[in-house]
Ligand binder design. Structure first.
Ligand code: DGT
Ligand code: MG
Length: 377
């Protein structure tokens, strides 16, 4: 047996954007537990606690082997008292009592089910729970007024909770690619989100679209959506101006061409024939079987960016969510800069910094380039 003094402590830089996080995880039991507590905090509107658990999980994901002793964690960043207690419980007892009781709690289960409905956030779910609604049947029976997104979400619940496969993502890429080519032949499309990071499944499929000529992307989204609708490919769509991260842009930020940056949240109708391997939805009492329907609903996000912002949009929409958050924290705290999926702003110099590739953005931030497949923090 190895005694404590022979255990080499791990060493990890403190920001997730300074680390290479592949999909290989030697500490899945620990990180699943911390992620569940993070999820519970986020669903309870305790974002600070959520981020703390996410950061702790990300540090463990970055370790080169499994943690077996608490002494190995000495000196590691982002491991707070609470996370350490959870880890210790698991290492010593095989499970964390807090994680187990959270998992079994009626409130957590109800929050998971209700926020699993597309269009339902934690605030709405919380209100429903206080009104005694804990599951889909109770929601259907309650006569609650649902908006268009929530109606679609409830209708396609079983399909949407089913993970999207890489084959399905590629099939949708083919469809959206054809749609883009027919409305704007020069436009370019990239698969972003988890699939760009090398994941084999996802909860949705994310695309970023741009045009090599600045300004020619204007009006592209409505044309694209009309084309898709005319082909009967959309079960739901809502196009919005992107307002994510507003307020985190540089102070005194002039009104810019951000208004052109559009996002379409949609639910695709993917035919079985289009993936070549049939739909993977489970048969349920509420909806006809996949075999009878021969299609499934898939969540798809489309984003259009002007070419001048493309590198920032690509970096911002590739994720992971924690990696993005850590990049912005690094930019703000270590470099006095504000990073968004539109731009990089130098607060001291009071000016925007241009970049035409992700590599350039990392360089401006004084960070080693981390490729997409190593951004799985
Ligand atoms: P998934 O779909 O479960 O496999 O996971 P991801 O990593 O694809 O996550 P997703 O689809 O929620 O979002 C894709 C990336 O886009 C995410 O890593 C961070 C970024 N993102 C998500 N929502 C927004 C948003 O509203 N605005 C911006 N700028 N970025 C977002
Ligand atoms: Mg995604």
């Amino acid at each position: 047996a190895v005694n404590d003094s022979e255990v080499t402590p791990f060493s990890v830089p403190s920001y997730a954007c300074q680390r290479r996080s592949t999909l290989k995880n030697h500490n899945a039991v620990l990180t699943d537990s911390l992620s569940l507590l993070a999820e519970n905090a986020e669903l309870s509107d305790e974002d600070g606690r959520g981020v703390a658990f996410r950061r702790a999980a990300a540090v463990l994901k970055a370790l080169p082997s499994a943690v077996t002793k608490m002494s190995q964690l000495k000196g590691l960043p982002c491991l707070g008292e609470h996370s350490l207690r959870v880890i210790k419980d698991i290492l010593e007892n095989g499970a964390s009592s807090e994680v187990e009781s959270t998992k079994e709690s009626e409130r957590f289960k109800a929050l998971k089910v209700l926020t699993g409905i597309f269009g339902v956030g934690s605030k709405t779910a919380d209100r429903w729970i206080r009104e005694g609604i804990h599951n889909l049947q109770q929601l259907r029976d309650s006569g609650q007024t649902l908006n268009r997104a929530q109606q679609a979400g409830l209708e396609h619940y079983d399909d949407i909770k089913q993970p999207v496969s890489l084959a399905e993502a590629e099939a949708i890429r083919g469809i959206v690619g054809r749609a883009v080519a027919s409305v704007s032949p020069e436009a370019q499309i990239v698969l972003t989100g988890g699939f760009r990071r090398g994941k084999l499944t996802g909860h949705d499929v994310d695309f970023l679209i741009t045009h090599p000529e600045e300004g020619s992307e204007v009006g592209l989204m409505p044309k694209l959506v009309s084309w898709l609708e005319s082909q009967g490919l959309l079960l739901y769509q809502k196009t919005t101006r992107n307002s994510y991260l507003e307020g985190s842009e540089g102070p005194g930020r002039p009104p810019s061409n951000i208004d052109r940056f559009e996002r379409c949240l949609s639910i695709f109708k993917l035919s079985a024939g289009q993936t070549g391997r049939g739909v993977q939805s489970e048969e349920t009492a509420a909806s006809p079987s996949a075999a009878e329907r021969r299609w499934r609903a898939v969540r798809v996000d489309l984003v259009v960016s002007p070419i001048s912002q493309f590198a920032f949009a690509l970096l911002g929409w590739t994720g992971s969510k924690l990696f993005e958050r850590e990049l912005r924290r690094w930019a703000g705290h270590e470099k006095g800069m504000s990073l968004s999926s539109h731009a990089l702003y130098d607060n001291k110099q009071g000016r925007y910094i241009r970049a035409s590739s992700e590599e350039e953005i990392f360089a401006h931030l004084g960070l080693e380039f981390i490729p997409p497949t190593e951004r799985n923090a």
